[in-house]
Design a binder for this molecule. Sequence first.
Ligand SMILES: Nc1ncnc2c1ncn2[C@@H]1O[C@H](COP(=O)(O)OP(=O)(O)OP(=O)(O)O)[C@@H](O)[C@H]1O
Ligand SMILES: [Mg+2]
Length: 279
Amino acid sequence: MIELQALTFRYAGADRDALHDITLTIPDGAFLGIIGPAGAGKSTLAHCLSGVIPHAVRGDFYGAVRVDGLDTADSRLTDLSCIVGTVFQDVDSQIISSVVEDELLYGLENFGVPREEIEERLTFALEQTGIAPLRHRAIASLSGGQRQKVAIASLIALRPKILVLDEPTGELDPSSSRQIFSLLRRLNRETGMTVIVVEQKIMLLCEFAERLIVLSDGRIERDGTVREVLGDIAGLEAIGVNCPRSARFSSLLSEKTGRPVPVCVNADEAVEAARRLIG
Ligand SMILES: Nc1ncnc2c1ncn2[C@@H]1O[C@H](COP(=O)(O)OP(=O)(O)OP(=O)(O)O)[C@@H](O)[C@H]1O
Ligand SMILES: [Mg+2]
């Protein structure tokens, strides 16, 4: 479980809080999506979950973040990284090896994974992220999307209890993005990993996440199931969140017909809602 208690963080030299009075509980096994406009504090929140804040970033940190019972401010980053694995928004800042295989091996060896398990974990992670053919490639020769997959594969190989991914599909095409989300769902369902994803592709996120948090100006503006949060299109758009078309459609349908229409989170539901109204 993750518990944030009145978390406030202000970067050194900044004149406002990047996160302000955030209180939040994320149970084990959750699949949580975090959305919000640019500068809302999404990456800052991800850094607080991994412990990078307050350990490696200067600023004023108030309140508490507890991950699996560990208070992040009082725990060593190396201990935290065994529990929370992160893919940063800027993946290049976290890749340290020059060859794909070495990047995965580095983490596995550092985590003390037994030798006989290493090959199986490595193969699994490369295959599941679709980069098995890149195993011996120089990382410098890869595209941004391929490097993003290397970072995700390195994370998956370590099998942390909690995954925090900050815009993991930013450089990926639609089919690769879906592949990554499907992998996250499988890991979440089959192994009970907690998955926390910051994502701009809201339509995709809403299809996979169970709970959605909307951050704006360092505060939690919405927190609920995907359907609950998407139920207030006008409110979300006022915050600066670009809502999925299916949800806008169901909201419009309800407004124009004066009849209740359930929130549609994907195209199939939107078609079904329209059909019901016509029929
Ligand atoms: N290293 C830093 N030093 C000072 N201020 C920072 C730093 N990093 C972020 N900020 C500020 O903190 C606030 C939150 O930034 P953050 O990167 O968490 O937003 P975000 O929601 O992830 O945005 P984006 O969608 O653009 O990734 C912004 O006002 C930003 O300018
Ligand atoms: Mg960010």
